[in-house]
Structure formats: C-alpha cells, structure tokens
Ligand binder design. Sequence first.
Ligand code: CA
Length: 233
Amino acid sequence: MRCTELATSDRKGHLLLVEDERNFARYLQLELANEGYEIDLAYSGTTGLQEALEKDFDLILLDVMLPGLSGTEVCRRIREVSEVPIIMLSARSEVPDKVAGLDSGANDYLTKPFAIEELFARIRVLLRKTQDVETDEIKIDTLTIQPHARRVFRGQEEISLTPREFELLLFLANHLEQALSREQLLSAVWGFDFMGNTNVVDVYIRYLRNKIESGDAKKLIHTVRGIGYTIRA
Ligand code: CA
C-alpha cells in the first residue's frame, strides 16, 4: 500500500512495464514505485501494445521475449504512432538482439540481469530529454501554452484563440500568481498608445475564460478586487 501512496503523492512519471515474468515484474514495480514512479503492468506483448496505445505514458519498459507479440514488434507498432521513450529489457546479451531493438525504435537497451540503479539512471536520462524538448511550454493546471508555436491546450483539447486573446493569456501566464492591473494588461497587450477604455480588458478576460475554463475545467483566471486579474492553478 505504501508504494501506491508514494507513487501518487510524489509522482515523477507514469510508466508502463511489459514483462511476462510476473515475479520480476512485481519486483520492478515495487522498486520503481519507491522511486516515485507510477507503474502499470502488462504481462504479454498484446496487452502491452493495447495499454501503450490507449494511455499516455511518460516512458515504456519493454521486455523482448514476450508471449503474444515480441517486444521488438510491440516497439515497432508503438513507434508508428508515438515518440514515447522506450527502454527494451532483454535476458539475452547478443548483439543482433540489441540491434533489432534499437532498429525497431527503442531509445535504450538494458540486458538482464541489471542493477536497479542502472535502470533508474537510464529512466532519468530519457525523462529529462523529453522534458528538455518541452521546456518551451508553460503549464498551469491542465492548461498548456506553447509560446513559439502559439498553441494552447486544455488537457488534450486544443483551444483556438485570436492573436489578442493569446497575447493576453501569455502575459498573464508569464506573470504567474501576480496581480496585474487593467492598465498593466492594457499597455502590455494593446500597447501604450491604445486610446480605448480599460473595459476592453474585462471583455477579453471574459472571452478567455469562456474558452479556457469551459465546462468543468478548473478556474485559472482570478479577479483581484480593486486591481485587475491574476492567473494561478
Ligand atoms: Ca520475457
């Protein structure tokens, strides 16, 4: 029980482990859970592939010799649709196996038996690489802003914003949890020369709220009485 609690409270990443040797799979699951990872298990190539395609994992650990589909085949099929980091685990140390694994699109390859610390290190490296690619992104709760691509997502769903709405959201997001006055927002987003009324800020905040906080989505843009607005998770 302790492992599950740790995994959810201090979550470093959601991993899928595809491994048919159940005792070994459970051992790895416990060790990884203690490290703060959340682990889903699959005991065959077929269920592993199904899980991999259905859920959004941060990394996949894939045994090579599996019932159903081989690890290499599972890897190849995942690669047709996803760039999720994959580490292949194999009991065999032959070079052709390793080449086949990497050819099928795996990012790394580990030969059993391996030291658990070695596995942790490889996982950390791959997760860090993925994060580096995404450092461009701003995340607030389930809201994701990609400043360079000028794209915005709430959860998986992309939200279409006008250029002005986007600038307003980006300015708020770049000043996370800061109370911003209407005048500040106006000059930052509309420019100092803007002659209109600060009411335009309220109007655009309403547009933004309608778009990024629609349905049951948690409220992120908050009104700061007597000042203006702030964004926070
Ligand atoms: Ca196996």
